[in-house]
Design a protein around this ligand. Structure first.
Ligand code: AQP
Length: 324
């Protein structure tokens, strides 16, 4: 059975971008793969963060994933810092990773602009730690959103370089993209992301979802209700494609183009469908909040299983590198 690995940062509210671009796909994949998912807290500390808030964010990220369908009976879910081999392997990978490759990473360039006051070595080496996350478990498939494709290509390069120098230990992991690999922010300007305040949260209340959608950007060329719209360039239509029924998607597609439906009604259909999808997740999350020990137990069991796999890989790696 092939193994999948993927991670999510506890850096804020989990967005519908995370959900539609990654988590919903993970839930579909766990039946057919040996599946490992990780709350990557050591990645989240590469930008400024509130120390006192981090434990809750880690808990919320884990509980949201469970609530969204990551059944702990079918996969391992754990917190990255509970398995110290991640950072050890990252250090070894640093020795085969050219600085130039890291400097070319789009995410590094973007985050360096956003966090000019703290462009630290951890931020620069983020993709090396990510390669270690994946390869520690010899995962051969990595389900992610489009923004992470470049990092997985680098993980493949790192595996190749390491194997060429020290012997064939690691697979070269391949990306599995979700059907909606890039969800744009509500302003249509950039990728939806936790830090940009351009998102709808997976746990958001219906009233808040409706008011955010009400002001979300649609086809900018459609100035009046009577103007025909173009769903191909409308972010709301992309969300319909992820959340509405095939009949509704067809209807919106046709009616928008001939001004048979206005943006207000189109958004109302989307809001109804989004709320229907997210309501059970929020309810399950609230239940888990009332039973935090259950979540901690899942994470401890996940870490215990992952430590066993990690120890075996590191034994092989240290021997191959002459560290014994
Ligand atoms: N907008 C998106 N569309 C599709 N997939 C997305 N992912 C993230 N945003 C989108 C996918 O979600 C998984 C978890 O990634 P992450 O925790 O690194 O997500 P993030 O929200 O981008 O995290 P940040 O860096 O905390 O947020 P910002 O950018 O706000 O600083 C990944 O599989 C990712 O592809």
């Amino acid at each position: 059975m092939s193994r999948i690995f993927s991670g999510i940062q506890p850096s804020g509210e989990i967005t519908i971008g995370n959900y539609l671009g990654a988590i919903r796909n993970w839930v579909r994949l766990i039946d057919e793969h040996d599946s490992i998912f990780c709350v990557v807290d050591q990645h989240a500390i590469t930008v400024e963060y509130e120390i006192a808030e981090l434990p809750k964010k880690i808990f919320d990220a884990a509980a949201t994933n469970i609530a969204a369908g990551l059944d702990p009976a079918k996969c391992a879910l754990f917190v990255q810092s509970r398995v110290p081999e991640h950072t050890e392997l990252a250090w070894y990978f640093n020795t085969v990773t050219p600085m130039g490759d890291l400097g070319r990473m789009t995410q590094f360039k973007e985050k360096s602009k956003q966090h000019r006051e703290n462009i630290n070595v951890g931020l620069f080496g983020y993709p090396v730690l990510q390669a270690a996350d994946i390869l520690l478990y010899k995962a051969d498939r990595v389900p992610v959103g489009e923004d992470q494709v470049q990092h997985i290509e680098l993980a493949r390069d790192i595996a190749r370089k390491f194997n060429a120098r020290f012997g064939p230990i690691f697979p070269e992991p391949q990306v599995i993209l979700s059907p909606t690999p890039r969800i744009m922010g509500l302003d249509g300007q950039a990728k939806m992301s936790k830090s940009m305040k351009n998102y709808i949260g997976v746990l958001e209340e219906p009233a808040s979802i409706r008011s955010k959608l009400a002001v979300a950007l649609t086809d900018e060329n459609r100035k009046r209700r009577t103007d025909p719209g173009n769903p191909d360039i409308c972010n709301i239509f992309t969300l319909h494609k992820s959340l509405s029924s095939p009949e509704e998607i067809d209807r919106v597609n046709v009616e928008c183009r001939r001004a048979g439906i206005g943006c207000v009604d189109c958004k109302k259909i989307l809001a109804d469908n989004m709320i229907r999808e997210l309501d059970p997740i929020r309810e399950k999350f609230r239940e888990l909040e009332r039973r935090p020990d259950e979540v901690h137990d899942v994470l401890e069991k996940g870490a215990a299983r992952c430590r066993t796999i990690a120890a075996a890989t590191m034994d092989e790696v240290r021997r191959a590198m002459g560290l014994r």
